[in-house]
Design a protein around this ligand. Sequence first.
Ligand SMILES: Cc1cc2nc3c(=O)[nH]c(=O)nc-3n(C[C@H](O)[C@H](O)[C@H](O)COP(=O)(O)OP(=O)(O)OC[C@H]3O[C@@H](n4cnc5c(N)ncnc54)[C@H](O)[C@@H]3O)c2cc1C
Length: 425
Amino acid sequence: MLQPQPHTGSYYAASVNHVTDYAPLRGEQRADVCVIGAGFSGISTALHLAERGYDVHVVEANRVGWGASGRNGGQLIGGLSGEARMAARMGPGSEDLIWEMGWAGHDIIRERVKTYDIDCDLKFGYLSVAIKQRHLRDQQKSFERMERHGFPHEYRHLSRDELAETIGTSHYIGGLLNMANGHLHPLNLCIGEARASVALGATIYEQSPVIDIEKGSKPRVITATGAVTADFVVLAGNAYHFLEPELKGHLFPVNSFIIATEPLTVEQVAQINPRDLAVCNPNFVLEYFRLSADKRLLFGGRFNHFGVESRKIRKFMIPKLHRTYPQLRNTRIDYAWGGTIGVTINRVAQLGRLTDNILYMQGYSGHGVNVTHLAGQIMADAVAGTMERLDMFAGVKPVVVPGAHLLRKPMVALGMVYYQIKDRL
Ligand SMILES: Cc1cc2nc3c(=O)[nH]c(=O)nc-3n(C[C@H](O)[C@H](O)[C@H](O)COP(=O)(O)OP(=O)(O)OC[C@H]3O[C@@H](n4cnc5c(N)ncnc54)[C@H](O)[C@@H]3O)c2cc1C
C-alpha cells in the first residue's frame, strides 16, 4: 500500500508559518472538481476555481507543498520554457501571446500575496549570470526581446566587475539584471494559497494517496479510505505522480538539491548580495542561489543523485558553494535537501486532457513557480469551458521516451550525463 511520507528536512519546512493538518479523505464525497496533488499546480488550480465559486476538493498523498513546490529554490523566473517550440507550433503572430503568458504567473502571485495577505518573503530582483560567451549572446537576445516588448521594469547588462560588486564573486563573466523576477519562500506561498482556497470553500485532504481513478461521465477518485466523485478531475502530481503511466512516460524526472547556510553576518551579506537578488546560471546542470529572509545563503544545483540523504547532498553541494564563494568556507551548513522536477524533452509544459473530463498539468522544466500559477488559471478556464490556452499547450506533441517510467533511475543518470556534456560545449 502507498504510504504518505513525512516532510523533507528543508529549511522551508523548518521556517513554515503554518503547519497544515487537513483530515484524510474518508467515505464517499461529491465535488464539482477533484484535484489530485497539493503542490503549486493543484493548489493554484483550486484557488482559481474556488474564486469562481466551484466546489473543489484537493486530494494530496502527503502534505500541502510536500513535493517540488515546498522544496524549490524559490526563484520567480519569467518566461515559459520551450517558447521557441510553442511559437513554431502556434505560428506567426504568437510571440506577443507567449510573452504575455510568460509573465502572467508573476501577476497572479503578486495579486494573491496582496489579496490574501500571504507572508512568503516575496522580493523582486534577479540576476541571470553567464559562464560562457554563448550565455552572454543569449542574454543579449533576452535583452533585445525586453526592448521589443517595452519591458516596464528595470533591466540591464552587468559587466564582470559590476557583477563582482553586486554578488561578491568573480566566478561569472557577465549578467543580466531583471527587477521583475524575484524570489520567495515557496512553502509559505503554497500553504498560504491553500488556506485561501479553504477560506473560499475548497476542501483539502492530506495523507490521502490516490490509488485509482474510475473514468466515466462522473470520474471517481479513489483512496484507501474514501472517494470523490466529480464532474472534472485535474491531475497535478507532476514528477511525483504515481498514476497514469502514460503521463509519466512524457516526463523526464531531474533531481535538484539545495543547501542552506547558517544566517550570515551583516558584513557577509553586504559583501555577497547587498541587493538581495536571486541568482541563476543558464546551464541545464545549473547552480542557483539567493538569501532567505533570515539571511542564510540558499545554494542549489543539480547533480546525478537519486537519494535525499543530507550527508550525500552536502558532499556534492558544499564544494560547489565554495567554488563560487570561497569566503564562506568556514560558514556552517544547517540544512540540505532535494526534490524532483518534471522536465519535458521539448521543454514545453504539458497541459492537456486525458479524457473530456480528466485534465492534466505537468512538466514546467524548472520554471514552475511562475508557470504553475498560469497553468492553474488555464485549468480553471478549461473547467469553465474556455479551452483556447489549454489547446495551445495540448497542441504541442510531447516527445515520448518509451519505457521511461519503468527505467526511472537509468533515465535520470543518462539524461544528466547528456546535459552535462551539452553544458560544457
Ligand atoms: C530542488 C528544486 C529546486 C527548484 N527550483 C525552482 C526555482 O527556483 N524556480 C522555479 O520556477 N522552479 C523551481 N523548481 C521547480 C518547481 O518547484 C516545480 O516546477 C513546481 O513546484 C511543480 O509544482 P507541482 O505542483 O506541479 O508539483 P509538486 O510540487 O511536485 O506537487 C505534486 C504533488 O502531487 C502529490 N501526488 C502525486 N501523486 C499523487 C497521488 N497519486 N495521490 C495524491 N497526491 C499525489 C505529491 O505528493 C505532491 O505533493 C525546483 C524544483 C526542485 C525540486
